[in-house]
Design a protein around this ligand. Sequence first.
Ligand code: PLP
Length: 293
Amino acid sequence: IVFLVDVAPAGATEPAAGWESTVRRVRADEPIVLGTDLSATRGDGVFETLGVLEGCPQAVDAHFWRLANSAELLELPAPNLEQWRVAMRVAGDALPTDRQGGIKLVLSRGVEGAGRSTGWLIATVADDDFANRTEGWKVVTLDRGYRHDLSEHAPWLLPGAKTLSYAVNMATLREAARRGADNAIYLSSDGFVMEAPQSSVLLRRGDTLITPKTDIGILPGTTQLSVFAIAAQWGLATEDRLVEASELLDSDGLWLLSSVKLATPITQVDGKSITVDRELSDKLNAALLARRE
Ligand code: PLP
């Protein structure tokens, strides 16, 4: 289900007919993006993917924070979050309440020379049985090719921005599959754990949940934020810090976290079996599925 958004600049006043009037449901096969749009020709734009439970988009504020941050890093006009909030609700309302789903929000720099952003939403019912949450995944570690301090010395590479240029992330997943794995964890060239192509990394060591700190050229994960909030309620300690590659193998539990798949326990790293904490896995997924905002 696709919605075209007539993108308003941040701070624009709501039209008399409401922000709803700027969101138009289109036929799924209706052409809505010009061939000259910079999202198509250069991957020049940003996006977010939100999980939807009972028609309710999850962690909207955290996704909007990241959207605005990504836009700022790319020097795109700031998104009008009031408008996107309404658009998100319209898209969520179009999804069935008895199925899990997702909404992808795309904000492009727009047609070359037009100086105006284009944007749209794609709402989908998940055609997934989410076996990942119970069966888990095997991962391989792959070199990302840059040091953990990339943000400091090469910010023009846009570390921390969720840009539309995901060809590299998709190629990484194909490489993982070639190596017989379900997914990959990127390591910095100096040996620190970063993230997966579409997920954040979470480890348990004793009573502490650990995630790589986000100033090492990775995305701040909205699911990881939710997990840390849940962990605090359960009395578990949380840490975001540099994580050495060797810690992946001697953790007491390892997961990939993302908005639609939620928490996927990792069963093997580079062909070696690791400790799987199925109990915490099930508890985490149940808590993530119980969220309604
Ligand atoms: N890191 C990368 C590179 C991602 O693409 C994603 C999500 O797509 C994440 C981490 C996890 O983010 P979230 O939990 O907000 O889905």
